[in-house]
Design a binder for this molecule. Structure first.
Ligand code: FA5
Length: 327
């Protein structure tokens, strides 16, 4: 029977043909069963019975193996797993990923603002000149355009130089009152050093409602910094100039750097300029509000003690892995 089987099986056979072949030899009405039915087992001695049983088992095993081998060689239509490895070995682990320190800082700040009723809004990185400049009271001939070195795209759009580019659409999309933060990547065509990257992160905040004042601005900024640094942080405002705020400020906070306590400039901010409100269709006689532009990259440097902003963009695993313990 086995000789006959081995002559008829071939690797060219498809699954269906192999199934039929298997039935013809091993099925209920197959060759092995037919042979069994011709044997009068009761008339055999125990030794004869054992020997014949063993032979029939071997024949069955060889036919099964022949079918399996024909299936295996079938390539893509074969379902047989490739078992050329030891399934009892412990699995290889690929290591656990780490959250990038800037993402970690961003997530923490988003949480704090969520607690104060701010929604998070993610805008585009390639934006119209209008959103990045004009809507923010920076017309084409305004010298403030030179304050930020811009990457221009061939289609006339720009890579946003700041997250303020989202102020206009946030007011238009949500209407007022609005409380929102916009974290994101910004680009500036400038020489890099330890505190300047051409690709860096900001986190913008915008709060527009009736009767919002500088007092609200200070309260929100202080709450943010108290929570980020886990202590009662001292802040101060100095005048600062940005065309899209009036008055504009630089917010400093009192901190220890290399063992010495001093004021550190952290966050430009101010009361949103009337022209910016008008560009977004908001009535400046009824509504007022504040905006701020937190340097997220610089905040992450402070928080995690990173000395060089350029390390964040290196894609270095050994750098990223240092922060797993912090999370
Ligand atoms: C602005 O970009 C304003 N849009 C901020 C603003 C928003 C003011 C709302 C008023 C109201 P400035 O160019 O200073 O401002 O950048 C803000 C912060 O981004 C800086 O304090 C700094 O932390 C960060 N930043 C700016 N340039 C870089 C850079 N090249 N690399 C890393 N961080 C940078």
């Amino acid at each position: 029977i086995v000789t006959e089987f081995e002559a008829s099986v071939s690797a060219d056979m498809d699954d269906q043909a192999l199934k039929q072949l298997r039935a013809a030899y091993l099925g209920r009405n197959g060759a092995i069963a037919a042979f069994r039915s011709t044997v009068d087992f009761a008339s055999l001695s125990p030794e004869e019975r054992a020997a014949l049983g063993k032979e029939l088992n071997e024949a069955t095993a060889r036919i099964e193996a022949g079918i399996a081998a024909a299936k295996d060689k079938d390539g893509p239509t074969s379902n047989a797993p490739a078992v050329d490895f030891d399934t009892t070995l412990p699995p290889m682990t690929s290591g656990i990923g780490a959250i990038h320190p800037i993402t970690a800082a961003q997530m923490e700040i988003e949480d704090i603002f969520r607690g104060m009723g701010f929604r998070t809004y993610n805008g585009e990185e390639a934006v119209t000149e209008f959103k990045n400049f004009d809507a923010l009271n920076i017309p084409a001939d305004h010298p403030a355009r030179d304050m930020q070195d811009t990457f221009w795209l061939e289609n006339g759009m720009v890579l946003r130089t700041h997250t303020s580019s989202m102020q206009n659409e946030a007011m238009r999309d949500f209407g007022v009152p609005v409380r929102a933060i916009f974290p994101g990547r910004c680009y500036r065509n400038e020489a890099t050093d330890a505190t300047h990257e051409n690709t860096f992160y900001q986190l913008e905040g915008l709060y527009i409602d009736e009767g919002v004042t500088v007092a609200n601005l200070i309260a929100v900024m202080k709450e943010l910094l108290d929570q980020v640094f886990g202590r009662d942080v001292k802040v101060r405002l100095r005048p600062g100039y940005f065309p899209f705020v009036e008055p504009g400020f630089e917010l400093d906070f009192w901190t220890e750097i290399n063992g010495k306590w001093r004021w550190l400039e952290l966050m430009p901010c101010g009361m949103v300029h009337r022209e910016v409100l008008k560009h977004a269709g908001v009535d400046p006689d009824r509504y007022s509000g504040f905006a701020f532009g937190l340097g997220l990259t610089r905040l992450a440097m402070l928080k995690f003690g990173v000395q060089d902003a350029r390390l964040f963009n290196k894609g270095s695993l050994s750098f990223a892995r240092q922060f797993t313990a912090t999370l």
